[in-house]
Ligand binder design. Sequence first.
Ligand SMILES: C[S@@+](CC[C@H](N)C(=O)[O-])C[C@H]1O[C@@H](n2cnc3c(N)ncnc32)[C@H](O)[C@@H]1O
Length: 257
Amino acid sequence: MSNEPPTDESQSQPFFKSPKDWSRIKIRVLDKYLQPFCYKLGSTYHDVFLVDGFAGAGRYETGQDGSPLVGAKWALRMRDEGRPFHLRCINVEADELIHRQLARNLKPYADSGLVKTYKGRFEDHLRGILAEVGDSPTLFFIDPFGVEHIDQDSLAPLRLRTAKTELLLRLDTPYILRMLGQDKALRSDSESVRRAAQTILDKVSSIFGADKSAWSEELQDRWQRQAATAGGTQKAKHAAILGMYEESLKRAFAYVI
Ligand SMILES: C[S@@+](CC[C@H](N)C(=O)[O-])C[C@H]1O[C@@H](n2cnc3c(N)ncnc32)[C@H](O)[C@@H]1O
């Protein structure tokens, strides 16, 4: 799934005005996935966790539920159904203003003790969250803006977990496609422009979990070949990015769908 990201944190507010199509799909996938995930694992475990690492405001201005409300509603529904397990939701939001909106939107659910909200960066809370969820099955919903936190190093703590761990992650392929468009900049007369382009490509390399931290011709060839094989269209380029990201996840995680 993909989006057109705001360029910085201060522009993040309009994101919650109205969900785009990809956003609706993402929410629907989470909504549909949570029930079987919980029912299956809840037959063995007392607690099942949803960690929404990049939670957002909880609700769009159109009234549509954001991912934290989807989780909170399932948590209460399962409790009210008298299930023998609890779905527990942990939400993390870095932006102070958005966190305040999130806390407000989740207030009706907070008294249940099943829904928590942390202010701050996911990467800073992660160690504490891992301790909190312990050996309980946990679904991590990773939905940042842009491409931060989806590289293989950032995902390593989740990969290294021995307890049941699932990851639902949104990959912003248009963003990565733009990052890949550095051909002209790499040939620039200006060293600083060349260096900036290389830094961007190195970042893409880390997303793909390449062995070398630096963007290589081999990587460049591979994605161009994959895109060409698939027809060379824009859609094929997106598919090639997705394919390479899936390959890198498959090297790290047991199942990737
Ligand atoms: C794409 S939005 C999340 C939308 C939400 N998952 C939904 O579907 O309703 C990404 C959110 O992550 C927050 N964010 C950005 N960097 C973060 C970080 N390092 N840790 C936690 N939250 C972060 C942003 O402020 C933004 O609200």
